[in-house]
Design a protein around this ligand. Sequence first.
Ligand code: PLP
Length: 394
Amino acid sequence: MAHSNGWHFFMNPGPTNIPDRILRAMDRGTLDFTGAAFKEISDECFAGLQRVFKTKQPILGYAATGHGAWEAALVNLFSPGDKVLIVESGYFSLNWGLRAESFGLEVETLANDWRRPADPAKLEARLRDDKNHEIKAVLAVHNETSTGVRNPVAAMRQAIDDAKHPALFCVDVISSLGSFDFRMDEWGVDVVVVGSQKGLMLPTGMAFTGVSAKAIAATAMAKLPRVYWDWRRLLSGDPRQGYWNGTAPVHFFYGLRESLRMLEEEGLENVFARHHRLAEATRRAVRTWRQNDGPEIFATDPDGQSDTVTAVLMPDGYDADAVRTQCLEKFNVSLGGGLGHLRGKLFRIGHLGDLNETMVLGSIATVEMALDLTGVPHGRGGVVAAMEYLTTGA
Ligand code: PLP
């Protein structure tokens, strides 16, 4: 039985903590979603999202989870039999591919070690080989939430350009946007997919796609059936989303407006620096636990270690879910589990969204106690290592 005193520490890599300011902003009466007052709020939100996406191109919203925005990208861009290249990074990248397969697309997977970031040179070589340009799009996940590996999106764009390949570049930024650097226009991303419940600190249930002119042009050729997701309908001649299917989720927009104000008050660069600091503190702790053949950071390449989630790989023979259960049931701290074939092999500490040093230290201390309680070998002093980093920055 989970205990109920004090705060529940929700340290999954999404959904994330919803700040009181956002909860309070949503705590109001209904507004006519067809009226001018709502239009003003929604315009402020889409303009704010453009600044966070770092784009001047349209962003479209849906009442959906990230899975919905994945699907929107597929049905708006492709026709049955079209070929797409999935850059493998982990559970989420492969899942996007499975969905593409369900829609009758031909899916090729660019295989990659889940512990390392994608290799742009490998992407370039595969695209150079595709002389007839059969590959219509490259689909990748910026931050693979299942592994804690960050992919080099700018270098992947460069690889596509160096191969002189016309494929669309579609990137899932579900666990990176608003937490670490992403630049839709500068990095030449054609379709950007995100949900509300991570860096944007909102409840789960809204999703967005940023769409380039090239992506909108591809929409006109795509033959997969679509109604709710149809970008042409949503745009309806307006450079911002001019049309909403059904009732607009007004309360989400109240929350989103507050979230965007919070991100901009803190300053995106400061938000990114905070995420980096908290991530590094977490990594210092895990590196300390690694002693005595203890758990280790799943992502092996320091350049690819995510600033929003650290996946912690257990030593052979030890169950990650036993550690998670101790954390939750004894200490009221919830961690993410391993996904797919990594179930039971790793746990994931989310360090994104509305989070500070104390919350991270509390969670690390809890994991350290749970390692003790479950008899997992580990180096002692992970919390001290994190504290030293947070106080000295070195
Ligand atoms: N892609 C990534 C990278 C994710 O982390 C997630 C969820 O955690 C998804 C896609 C799926 O998003 P949702 O759960 O909102 O459908």
